[in-house]
Design a protein around this ligand. Sequence first.
Ligand code: B12
Length: 217
Amino acid sequence: MSQELYTQLAQAVIDGDEKVAMSLTKEALTRGLNPLEIIKEGLTSGMEVVGEKFSRGEYFLPHLVMAGNTMKASLTWLEPALKTSGMVRETLGTVVMGTVAGDIHEIGKSLVGTMLAANGFVVHDLGVDVPTSKFIETVRETGANLVGLSALLTTTMSVQRTVIEELTEAGLRDQVKVMVGGAPVSPQWAQQIGADGYAEDAAGAVTLARRLVGADG
Ligand code: B12
């Protein structure tokens, strides 16, 4: 039953149909389905198809924009549910989060930020296309102990390395653990650039962040 709803929701993202996506999202929540599952099985799986169609030249930029707006609209309904789903009430750490310079992909970064905030982290979300110096400045100002760097393009992945290098140059590298993520990023890449960890999705980012701050003992 829920699988059918997820398939319809994925299709609404593929079609860029905000109205249908929002009404299906509301229905899924009314049925008591898990918000993370709605995101994974419905919205994100639709986005994967959109990405594939774009790669094959069947979809163009306006389709990506429409799909992005559709997912964002649905997430406005899901975020309150995600926020209350976190069990942790004490503060586990402070995270400076953003999508690196040259990259405007926002959705995954925001989702990771929301999930971290829901699970006991104070999150400073710097947005997208964040200048490297802004990450450094904010770490210094907030005394953060975690940095989350999102990159969705093979051309902007290297900026994750630049941020790590500049943290080192600024004498801040020992103060923070750096997490990296985004569609083209892999555990191998994380290791290669000297990051402290990689996670595939928002739930994985919470597990990783907890481990990096030593919250699991
Ligand atoms: C929607 C979309 C857009 C929208 C974004 C809208 C928005 N407001 O964010 C718009 C239209 C802006 C866009 C633009 C472009 N896009 Co685009 N886009 C996508 C698409 C279809 C979906 C991305 C998305 O939102 N996914 C849903 C979220 C939930 O998933 P996610 O971002 O991967 O995030 C999850 C994980 O990766 C992880 N994660 C993410 N960040 C982090 C950070 C940390 C610290 C951790 C631990 C985890 C983590 O957790 C997240 C939650 O589960 C992807 C295809 C794809 N399958 O990724 C292409 C894709 C990323 N885009 C692509 C391209 C080429 C472009 C453009 C260059 C197109 C153009 N010709 O202009 C521009 C780039 C503009 C720029 N300078 O950034 C390519 C990249 C190819 C490559 N290898 O470099 C892709 C892969 C499509 C494709 N198959 O070709 N895009």
